[in-house]
Design a protein around this ligand. Sequence first.
Ligand SMILES: Nc1ncnc2c1ncn2[C@@H]1O[C@H](COP(=O)(O)OP(=O)(O)OP(=O)(O)O)[C@@H](O)[C@H]1O
Ligand SMILES: [Mg+2]
Length: 502
Amino acid sequence: MLLELKSVRKRFGGVVALRNGNLSVRAGEVHLLMGENGAGKSTMMKIVAGMQTRDGGEMLWQGRPVNFRSPAEAAANGIAMVHQESLLAPHLSVAENIFLGREERRPFGFLNRRKMQEAAARLIERHGFPLQADWQVGRLSPAGKQLVEICRALQHGSSLLIFDEPTSSLSDAETAEVFKIVRTLRQRGTGVIYITHRLDELREVGDRVTVLRDGETVHTGDIADLTTDRLIQHMVGREVNAIYRRESLPPGDELLRVESLSRRPLLQDIHLQIRAGEIVGLAGLIGAGRTELCRLIFGLDVADSGRIFVSGRPVRIRSPRDAVREGIALVPEDRQKTGLATGLPLGVNITLASLPAVSRFGFILGRQEREVIARQMERLRVKAESPKQLAGRLSGGNQQKIVIAKWLARGAKVFLFDEPTRGIDVGAKVEVFEVMDQLARSGAGILMVSSELPELLQVADRILVMRQGRIVAELPGRTTQEEIMSYAALAGSVNASQESVQ
Ligand SMILES: Nc1ncnc2c1ncn2[C@@H]1O[C@H](COP(=O)(O)OP(=O)(O)OP(=O)(O)O)[C@@H](O)[C@H]1O
Ligand SMILES: [Mg+2]
């Protein structure tokens, strides 16, 4: 056995992240690690990778009891991890990040800069990633950062590679490349641990699976022997109907209208309308301009031309503050960068957008605010110790829920959801859809960007398809994936992914 964990425990203050973690990984297998948001997956892997120390239990590496006290020590033993939340240095280049922490271990001291650039360029090219060695990492999209993390882990050349939700922000082509990498590693006899919430990835890459629930290993076995229903039951501990179908409402008054909006070259001549009670889907490949469109409507970027109307009134949106005043909310794709104040308590994050003045930042929350927070946490099943816990300390999926809760608390009229279910577990996905449905029923209008076509088909009344910065089709909600793809993917559009990666 390459790696064995026995009854591993870890707590953070009052939060028990791991109460009984058991895992065994063989060389040359792809071992999936699954479980709900907050189940303890990342914590268990951080212990393996030396980023966190365990409170109890045993860890055996190649048969020997070990106790890694730092990531460097784990790396020296041949263990590397691709993290869920980017740990890259934003002000450094792609190449520098790939080699960060490695330079000093070379026999001749510091790697020379040009050599480093060349080595990084070769690595990037071998995998066909849309990156350049000299790009600054802070300017990359979540997908770009993820690809850098992967290059970095590969460069360390390990016996065990841990991937913590590597594909949640990637396009289909990039995901296929990650699968190829995983298969190559397996062939070479490397052990791979792969965390994902995507059930379709399970059978595509995995050999065995371990399921964690509430910090405890509840199942380990061959994937071939496991039905999807059974797997979900292990994860959630109850029956969940993963097939959600929303019932459309008769649409009400127009809430948002966009006319000939452009920001060249990313967006050209966009027209759209959202009415009360409607959920409008926005489909397209990565790089088609969907995130850019949300940013523009929310005032994060400014249009070259075009007009925006809210409830029939022309409005001028030059900043997020303008958008918020007009009742527009954005639940962004990149929760760490734009959605969440990771250094503030989660309760404050939830009420942040609704606090009238900065003077309320003393974190002394009134009773009313505490109630709002409790209600939103309950509604989205946020797993946390208390509203005082720092948002950055929540599990990845729970951070995403906080970003959503924040806007729900504010009561906006038009919601722009950019990939709202990314990184959210099966049970909670249905909750997110239900929240969206409730919003629509209470008279809000929603624009939902999603790369998960089955989800758009479950939720949307109408689906707009973008390609290369334009809306190229409007389809009814009951269309098919094939129909959407026939508009989204035409020759030439693949190159556009570079725009979104930088
Ligand atoms: N540094 C920390 N301080 C306090 N609590 C933490 C810390 N890291 C994790 N936790 C808590 O431990 C629990 C397990 O978190 P973990 O990140 O391991 O979950 P996960 O299974 O990876 O979830 P997800 O699917 O959402 O990524 C959560 O309740 C989380 O809030
Ligand atoms: Mg995690």
